[in-house]
Design a protein around this ligand. Structure first.
Ligand code: NAD
Length: 313
């Protein structure tokens, strides 16, 4: 795939700068993990343009408080919180069935990184794979009819960490190798990119666009299990306003109208690579070929569909 330049934005461009002047009144957005970090900033930028914003959160009391803060900061009353736990497909299903009317933007943002112990979800999947990928897979599939109503966009937040592991289809849950918290995160973030590609492949005929992104490294609670040991040194980390910019670009910018099936970083499409770059900047700007591969995307999609269907019976 040839890398395309879609925008004039810099790595340091903030979410607010990208949406400046945009009127999103009447556009309905759902952001998972919208109560903290990049998700909160993404929600704030969308609300600041008049969008109707729903943040989907694990802790509803905290989420309701954050939704009220965003509403006050942006003078937009159309901000609310709903409950979701992405490791629990019953909870995902409850959110899906409560959604009424069109959905213009779904931001698959929530995530956990490098959980120290291997832990399996009720469905039997490693928890990072479950929360970062499979819960979002079920959510997006459930909301597909709402997304198809008025040309919805799906924005899936991955990470440059995906370059450290493909999806190991024969051992997703670390049954046959020692559990490695970072490799489990990496694998889950490759699954996120493959989901974004698979959704584009299947749903673009419904005028749904689907892209993935790396937000860059940002000091948020996500980093609590790996503090100080990230590949990106503190001086190269972004502010949360900069970190939310690529999500906002994909969620709202007219420059991305009709664009799908791509992976972005720093507000531009990333470079496809066959092996992991050594340099941190190159790493951030790269997407692994295995994460864009349609056979891998199909295999993952089939497996996820079977898992979600089994959970429903
Ligand atoms: N911060 C970084 O350096 C960085 C780098 C690359 C990618 N990312 C990605 O950016 C996204 C946002 O992360 P952040 O840095 O803002 O971290 P964060 O911890 O501030 O936000 C993550 C949110 O996800 C929510 N969440 C986690 N598990 C959940 C579950 N089971 N159900 C529902 N919600 C759940 C958390 O409650 C939290 O609100 C994540 O997908 C992360 O992997 C972050």
């Amino acid at each position: 795939m040839t890398r395309r330049i879609f925008t004039p934005y810099e790595p340091t461009t903030t979410a607010g700068e990208i949406v400046r002047g945009l009127d999103l009144t009447g556009r309905r957005a759902l952001i998972t993990g919208g109560a903290s970090g990049i998700g909160r900033e993404t929600s704030r930028a969308l609300a600041g343009c008049g969008a109707d914003v729903t943040i989907a959160v694990r802790n509803l009391d905290q989420g309701t408080e954050v939704a009220a803060q965003i509403a006050a900061e942006t003078h937009n009353p159309w901000v609310r919180a709903v409950h979701v736990d992405l490791t629990d497909l019953g909870s995902v299903h409850a959110l899906v069935t409560s959604w009424d009317g069109p959905l213009h933007v779904l931001v698959n943002n929530a995530g956990v990184m490098a959980l120290p112990q291997r832990d399996l979800s009720a469905l039997g999947f490693e928890q990072q794979f479950m929360a970062n990928f499979l819960g979002h897979f079920a959510l997006a599939n459930g909301l597909r009819p709402a997304l198809a109503q008025e040309s919805g966009r799906i924005v899936s937040v991955s990470s440059s960490a995906h370059l450290f592991s493909p999806v190991v289809f024969d051992d997703i849950n670390f049954d046959f190798r020692p559990y490695d918290p970072r490799l489990a995160y990496a694998q889950s973030k490759t699954a996120v990119v493959l989901f974004a590609m698979g959704a584009h492949q299947r749903w673009s005929r419904d005028a749904i666009t689907s892209n993935a992104l790396n937000p860059g490294a940002i000091a948020t609670p996500l980093q609590r299990h790996v503090g100080g040991t990230l590949a990106t040194p503190p001086d190269l980390q972004k502010t949360v306003e900069q970190g939310a910019s690529t999500s906002i670009l994909l969620a709202a910018s007219p420059a991305l109208d009709g664009v799908g099936g791509r992976y972005f970083n720093d507000n531009q499409e990333a470079e496809t690579v066959d092996s992991r770059p050594a340099d941190v900047q190159d790493l951030n700007n790269a997407v692994a070929r295995y994460a864009l591969d349609s056979r891998n995307a199909d295999r993952l999609w089939g497996m996820a569909e079977r898992a979600v269907a089994a959970a429903a019976t």
